[in-house]
Structure formats: structure tokens, C-alpha cells
Design a binder for this molecule. Structure first.
Ligand code: MSP
Length: 647
């Protein structure tokens, strides 16, 4: 069967971060699961490049929207390539093939009488690319809290209001159309509340796809972008999509607008929309504006990408919000991958080498075989229902049953025993453990493609793991007589402090690279030469006086804007004390919170605490401050540990 799935087409006004990676890696796991089932799978990802938000980001970066989009779209592609997430199509909404599809679909809607020209005055949220009904001038956007702008436009409207009943009927007849149920219910009650017609053109914008009927109008980004799922496969017979995987904040666009556009154009609807939750960082949504972004690449470099795939899919109930933290990531890695799966692999294979000359013997324990069959069925059912965490849990139950079985059988004793049945019992034990690993490799391959392939090779398998299908999950004695491969650690244990240090350092590097890519070069901040404003030296002080100042290297752990102040940032800074320091610094005009994350700074650690806007600041951050210019933070080019004293 064919299975066509998509990730959202990501906006190019931000570089890829772990939130985008979360959706894309989940899509990849779903894809691999369907390959395992024998489906012909096709995955589309891509970038959403039009609209005011992108136009403004490009202008802020001093680039044309074209050059800006090229650079960021390239970065998204590179990201999936580096992480080893293969996609079958990467659609950019600036692709001429996409323009054609959008114009064609619009024309069909128009021919069917669902488009009319009207005038609109109202509030618009540039950030969300959405009109805000009921908002007055000066109101903030109810979704993102940013100020709305008043716009008056002659626009083309889509008769969304005509589709409420048909949409409701479709949801009723297809109970799994929107998943999970919590999201389905939200959409249902929204549509039951009635739908307003939707303005789908903009005349005040250049950066978009022109309407075929009136060239100086361009399409509203959401009309444009959703159609990307179709343009990506316009030269195939893959449409309709079987699954649109999205984050929860864009479920309405996918579950209401998109099917309505398709109904109006008399085209088949996607089969399912699944909305996952938000990945939070210390309980806050990870986003550029909040400045608490984590990227996947440093984690891949230090721990391997499978570690992140495993963590996100095991830790978070897919469909609900969940938190990312380095501690939890490394904690699960060490206990479940290194000590759990990794240890079982190395123990089993070392014993096969030691006791059976590297040849897997024949044998099978019926109780473990039954458990394996149970775990396999449970995992498959859970994968089918997007319950990754439960699927993994059932495999780990099997692994721990086998661990217990090995301890109980005590192969090291059997190997020395003179008992007549001992040799066969040892064969049974080793064969059972090896067969469990073979089955585990197949069932875990959608989530842990890289490491299961390594284990596969160590088991001596010669056929590629990627070619296995559900039928290969059947417990059997295919391994008997097989020579195992070279053994090497698949999940080496990781030292928490060292790994976090490395990842934070790499994070700084990657985020600096991304800043450059987005055209917000460091020079903006640091290359303002002193312009002759050198101040006269202060009166001399004794060394003892200087020594009283406790200057420390600090690492910024979090940064956010102080409400009601455009100058102040509220920072948490690690100076190797049990708790991070709270510091309120007047640097918000020079630095976004995001730029500071993971950055090394210099702190006056023994300054009397001061209260600023109700927050107690426990220290001061050192910066060059030039008359009339924004402050420039002092820092280091070499790696220095947080807490080190400056003398
Ligand atoms: N361009 C639109 C989508 C158009 S689809 C036709 C868009 N782009 S986006 O860049 O903002 O990407 C949003 C998607 O990225 C989310 O729906 C989700 O899939 C993923 N995520 C981005 N940040 C995320 C988190 N912090 N947590 C979870 N997913 C996140 O919306």
C-alpha cells in the first residue's frame, strides 16, 4: 500500500531547532514503521517561504527575500541530511511547480463559486500571519500576545462559511481524521461555533504567489503553504496524503482550512491529521522569541542522533506537551540505552564468543519466545496508534525479562558445569538472548535506525536491516550456526557534566552560525568601534581594593525579557554555585535572549543585591558601555569553565 506523509513546511524566518527536529524525526520513525509493514512510503518536508514575516526578516537581515529564503531553506535541508533523516521530496513554496499548483487550485475553487472579492478592515497579526477577528486597533494578538496591525484591503475571499456542515459531517464519518481526540474535540467545537469567510489574498505584499485573476494580489501564506503538500507530489499519483503530522498550534489550519479548500476544488482530502504537543524547555515553549532554543546537532555530535530520537519518543507521550532537558536526556540514555540495551548486546555477544567460539548456537526458551511475541504485537499496535513511548516500553520489558533470564540461567556457571544437560541449557540461553536481540533490532529500527543497524551487524546478519519486514519479527531459529561480527560498544556510557559542557559549547557555535545565516551578524553588536569615545582613566586604586571585587566566569543558562521593560533581561547564570545566580541586566537592546543562551560572561559576584522591576539581581554582568551606544558584553574566545575567578 502507498503511504504518503508530510511534516509541516517550516517557515524560513528561523533556523532549524530541536522543535522542528522533533516533528521531522517522528515523521521519519512513522515512515520507517510503514516501510517495515511493507508500504510504499513517501515523505515530504520543505519550507514555507512567503509572507510578511519572511519579507520582514529578510529586510532586517539586509537580504532580498529570495536570497534569505535560499539560505535558510538550504539550512533546513542540510539539517535533515546531517541528522540522517531521508526525505523523498523537499518542497519550497517558491518553487515554480508549487506556484502552478496554487494557481490551478485557486482557479478550481473560483470556478466552483467559492471565491469572491470583498473589502476588509481589521487587525492583523504579522507573526501568526492571521487576521484577528474581534480585535480593536491597539489590541494584542490573543494567540501570541504581539501587537496587531490595522489593515484595510480589497481582498479575495474564500467562502469558508459554506463548509462548516460539510466539515462536521466529514469529522463525524471519519473519527480518526483529526488525532489525538483532544485536538479533534477542539476543532469540532470551533467549527460548531460557525466559520467566517477567509481572506486569501493580500494586496500590500510583494513576496508571494500572484493571483491569476489580479496580478498585484498575492496569496495569503496559509492558502499558499498548505497546497505545498500537493505540489510536492503533483507529478505522481500519491495524493491524497495519508498523514499530515503537525504541531498542535497549526491543527486548525490543517483540519479546517485545508479540507475546505480541497472540498471547494473537488479534490480528495488527506486521510489523517495528527497534532503532537509542544516541546518545552524547562516548561516554556521553545522558540526564537523566548530565547530558549536547543538544537539537535550538538546532541548528535556528542551522543549520536539515536539518543535524541529515543529520548523524545520515549519520554514524551506523543500528542502531549513534554519537556526537554539535558539531564533527562543523559539520564535515560545511560540507564536505558547504555545499561539496558547496550549492556545486553555486549553481554550476550561476549558470551557467544567466549563459550561458543563466536557461533550462535541453536535453542529457544518458550517462555521468552512467548514474551517476545507479546512485546512485538504490543509494539506494533502502539506504533500504529502513534504511541511511541508505549511501544518502546513494551520492548524494554522484554529486554529486562531477558536480562532476568540470563541471570537465572547463569551461563557462566553452565559453562563450567559437568552436568550432562548444561551444554544444551547454555546453548538455549545464548540462542534465546541472541534471538531476542534480533527481534528487538527489527522492532526498534524505526526509532533507533543507526544503532540497531550496528547491533544487526554485530549479530552477524548479512541482509540489510532496512530490508526487514514485519514477517521477520516471528521468533525463529534462523540465527543458529551464524558467526557473529566484531563486538563494539553501541551506547558508551556518558558523563553528564562533561557531555552537557560539550553540548553547550557546540550549541554556542551552532547558534552563532545560525545568527550569521539569518543575517544578524555579531558585528551588529560588537563591531561598533569606540568611535573616539574613550573615557579618561579613573583615579588609581590599590591592588587590595581591586582584589575585593569577585569577578567570575558565568555561563548564561536562561534569559528572558523583563515584563514592561525594553532594556532589562532576566538571566540565570551558572557560576558553579549550587544554584544559578539571578541577574537582571540592562542589555536587552543589544542582545536578544536567544543570543545569550550558553554564552560565557563575566560576573561581579559579590555586589550587593539590587531589586530591579521587582526582581532581585544578585550580581552584575560586565560590559563595555559607550556613550549613546548599546553595551557590548565582555567574554572569552577560549573555553573557560563557569565559576573560574578573574584576577
Ligand atoms: N509554515 C507553517 C507551517 C505550514 S504547513 C503547510 C509553520 N511553520 S513553523 O516553522 O512555525 O513550524 C511549526 C512546526 O514546527 C510545528 O507545527 C511543529 O511541527 C514544529 N515545532 C516548532 N517548534 C516546536 C516546539 N517547540 N515543539 C514542538 N514542535 C515544534 O507553522
Amino acid at each position: 500500500m502507498k503511504f504518503y506523509l508530510t511534516t509541516p513546511l517550516y517557515y524560513v524566518n528561523a533556523a532549524p531547532h530541536i522543535g522542528h527536529t522533533y516533528t521531522t524525526l517522528a515523521a521519519d520513525a512513522i515512515k520507517r514503521f510503514h516501510i517495515l509493514k511493507g508500504d510504499q512510503v513517501f515523505l515530504t518536508t520543505g519550507t514555507d517561504e512567503h509572507g510578511q514575516k519572511v519579507e520582514r526578516s529578510a529586510a532586517a537581515a539586509g537580504k532580498s527575500p529570495e536570497a534569505f529564503s535560499d539560505a535558510v531553506a538550504g539550512e533546513f535541508r542540510r539539517q535533515w541530511d546531517t541528522l540522517g533523516i531521508p526525505y523523498d521530496a523537499f518542497i519550497r513554496t517558491t518553487d515554480p511547480k508549487h506556484h502552478k499548483t496554487v494557481q490551478w487550485l485557486f482557479q478550481r475553487c473560483m470556478d466552483n463559486g467559492y471565491i469572491y472579492k470583498g473589502s476588509y478592515t481589521g487587525q492583523y497579526c504579522v507573526f501568526d500571519e492571521l487576521y484577528v477577528n474581534d480585535a480593536k486597533p491597539g489590541d494584542n494578538c490573543p494567540d501570541c500576545g504581539r501587537p496587531t496591525e490595522t489593515v484595510t484591503e480589497e481582498n479575495y475571499f474564500f467562502k469558508l462559511s459554506a463548509f462548516a456542515d460539510r466539515l462536521l459531517a466529514h469529522y463525524e464519518q471519519n473519527p480518526k481524521f483529526i488525532q489525538p481526540d483532544t485536538k479533534r474535540n477542539e476543532v469540532l467545537s470551533f467549527v460548531r461555533g460557525g466559520l467566517n469567510d477567509l481572506s486569501i489574498s493580500r494586496s500590500n505584499l510583494r513576496w508571494g504567489i500572484p493571483l491569476p485573476v489580479e496580478g498585484h494580489h498575492v496569496f495569503y501564506v496559509w492558502f499558499d503553504a498548505l497546497i505545498g503538500y500537493m505540489s510536492a507530489v503533483s507529478d505522481t499519483d500519491l495524493w491524497p496524503a495519508d498523514l499530515h503530522l503537525v504541531g498542535k498550534e497549526i491543527v486548525r489550519f490543517h483540519a479546517i482550512f485545508w479540507p475546505a479548500f480541497l472540498m471547494a476544488a473537488e479534490l480528495p482530502l488527506p486521510k489523517q491529521i495528527f497534532a503532537h504537543g509542544w516541546l518545552l524547555f524547562e516548561n516554556d515553549k521553545m522558540s526564537k522569541s523566548r530565547g530558549n532554543i536547543v538544537r539537535a546537532e550538538p546532541i548528535r555530535e556528542v551522543m549520536g542522533f539515536d539518543a535524541l530520537r529515543y529520548f523524545l519518543l520515549r519520554e514524551i507521550v506523543f500528542g502531549q506537551d513534554g519537556s526537554f532537558s539535558y539531564d533527562a536526556l543523559i539520564g535515560r540514555y545511560n540507564s536505558e540505552l547504555a545499561n539496558g540495551l547496550g549492556n545486553l548486546v555486549s553481554r550476550t555477544l561476549t558470551m557467544v564468543n567466549q563459550y561458543r567460539g563466536g557461533i550462535i548456537p541453536a535453542g529457544s526458551d518458550p517462555a521468552i519466545a512467548a514474551k517476545a511475541a507479546q512485546a512485538t504485537k504490543a509494539a506494533l499496535d502502539h506504533y500504529e496508534a502513534f504511541e511511541f513511548s508505549k511501544a518502546l516500553e513494551s520492548v524494554w520489558q522484554l529486554l529486562s525479562a531477558v536480562d532476568g533470564f540470563i541471570v537465572e540461567q547463569a551461563p557462566w556457571k553452565l559453562a563450567r558445569s559437568e552436568d550432562p544437560g548444561a551444554a544444551e541449557q547454555l546453548n538455549n540461553t545464548l540462542a534465546t538472548a541472541a534471538e531476542t536481540l534480533r527481534v528487538a533490532c527489527v522492532i526498534l529500527s524505526p526509532v533507533l535506525p543507526e544503532s540497531t543497524a550496528k547491533i544487526w551487524a554485530q549479530l552477524g546478519m548479512t541482509s540489510p536491516l532496512g530490508a526487514t519486514r514485519v514477517a521477520d519479527l516471528a521468533w525463529g531459529s534462523t540465527l543458529s550456526g551464524q558467526k557473529i561480527g566484531d563486538i563494539s560498544g553501541v551506547f558508551p556510557r556518558i558523563d553528564l557534566k562533561e557531555a552537557v559542557g560539550k553540548m553547550r559549547l557546540l550549541e554556542e557555535k551552532v547558534s552563532a552560525e545560525q545568527r550569521l545565516l539569518l543575517g544578524k551578524p555579531e558585528e551588529e553588536i560588537s563591531a561598533n568601534p569606540a568611535s573616539g569615545q574613550v573615557q579618561p582613566p579613573s583615579p588609581k586604586i590599590a591592588f587590595e581594593d581591586f582584589a575585593k571585587v569577585d569577578l567570575r566566569v558565568g555561563m548564561v543558562l536562561s534569559a528572558e525579557r523583563v515584563k514592561g521593560s525594553d532594556k532589562l533581561l532576566h538571566l540565570k547564570v551558572d557560576i558553579a554555585e549550587p544554584e544559578p545566580r539571578t541577574i537582571v541586566a540592562g542589555i536587552a537592546l543589544a542582545y536578544t535572549p536567544e543570543q545569550l543562551l550558553g554564552r560565557r560572561v563575566i560576573i561581579v559576584a559579590n555586589l550587593e543585591p539590587r531589586k530591579l522591576r521587582g526582581i532581585q539581581s544578585d550580581g552584575m554582568i560586565v560590559a563595555a558601555s559607550l556613550e549613546g551606544e548599546t553595551p557590548v558584553l565582555a567574554g572569552f574566545t577560549e573555553d573557560v569553565p563557569a565559576g573560574a575567578r578573574l584576577k
